[in-house]
Design a protein around this ligand. Structure first.
Ligand code: COA
Length: 260
């Protein structure tokens, strides 16, 4: 895998992806989006990876949005395709089947905020800033922001962020539930990796089934979601890790999970 706009390291079953266009505040251009799509398709079936950490290069930005230079010539038809492709790319992350942690190291604006929201967990550095500033450009979020932001922080707050285009800082993002944790910038990657390691140490079938069940809350009614939970929970009972985890508790020892 050879990418121009992404850096990738895989160590101890954790893939760390760094979006690497720091001179453009890691704005997502066509090449970057295409490389991310290719990489996430690969990671989905990569048996050497159980968790992913996603961050941006430099100390200023996670991702300052989609590349505005690529928006100027869009029309109704190409614009709809542009948005649909962006949404499909971010859906790949949400449905990766492995936890993806966004380590937000600065500006997460527009498509950057939407990218962070497609990840399963968000950890922010103290200097992080979040916003959906598209209204300032005469448009609105088109990579899932109008759908994911209200689900994460509630309808009213999402309305305010999207309609005013105002940015919020890491403390406010934490207060309203947009991020899970705030840490100093110097500790950001290690904190995300520690969390990924902790998740990896659990029974992986359970982690994957939990991801599926929680993702379903975004699409199903409560009663359908509860039925789906029971279905997946039953599936989990057939896994070796479930037998091992429960047996180990009874035998007062640490479980040895096999990921099966
Ligand atoms: N698309 C394309 N280029 C971008 C970009 C974006 N979304 N965000 C930043 N850049 C580029 C700038 O054009 C500049 O490039 P240059 O050095 O070739 O002129 C470089 O990144 C640095 O950005 P700059 O604006 O000089 O940094 P700043 O510290 O003054 O401001 C921001 C930082 C994030 C406030 C400002 O860059 C910004 O508002 N970016 C756009 C955010 C946005 O609207 N995102 C949603 C897009 S749909």
């Amino acid at each position: 895998m050879d990418y121009q706009t992404l850096l990738l390291t895989i160590k101890d079953r954790i893939a760390v992806i760094t979006i690497n266009r720091p001179d453009k505040l890691n704005a997502l251009n066509a090449q970057c989006k295409s490389e991310m799509k290719d990489l996430f398709i690969n990671l989905k079936t990569n048996n050497e990876v159980d968790a992913v950490v996603l961050t941006g290069a430099g100390e200023k930005a996670f991702v300052a949005g989609t590349d505005i230079g690529e928006l100027t010539s869009l029309n109704a038809k190409t614009g709809e395709e542009f948005s649909a492709n962006g949404i499909a790319n971010l859906d790949l992350i949400q449905h990766l089947g492995k936890p993806v942690i966004a380590a937000v190291n600065g500006y997460a604006l527009g498509g950057g905020c939407e990218l962070a929201m497609a990840c399963h967990i968000r950890i922010a550095s103290e200097n992080a800033k979040f916003g959906q500033p598209e209204v300032n450009l005469g448009t609105f979020p088109g990579y899932g922001g109008t759908q994911r932001l209200p689900r994460l922080i509630g309808h009213g707050r999402a309305m305010e962020m999207i309609l005013t285009g105002n940015q919020i800082d890491a403390n406010e993002a934490y207060r309203i539930g947009l991020v899970n944790k705030i840490v100093p910038l110097a500790d950001l990657l290690s904190t995300a990796e520690t969390m990924a390691r902790s998740i990896i140490s659990k029974g992986q079938p359970a982690v994957r089934l939990a991801l599926k069940a929680i993702n379903a809350t975004l699409e199903k009614s409560l009663s359908d979601g509860l039925k789906y939970e029971a279905e997946l929970w039953g599936e989990c009972c057939d896994t070796e890790d479930f037998k091992e985890g429960t047996k180990a508790f009874i035998e007062k020892r640490k479980p040895t999970f096999k990921g099966k």
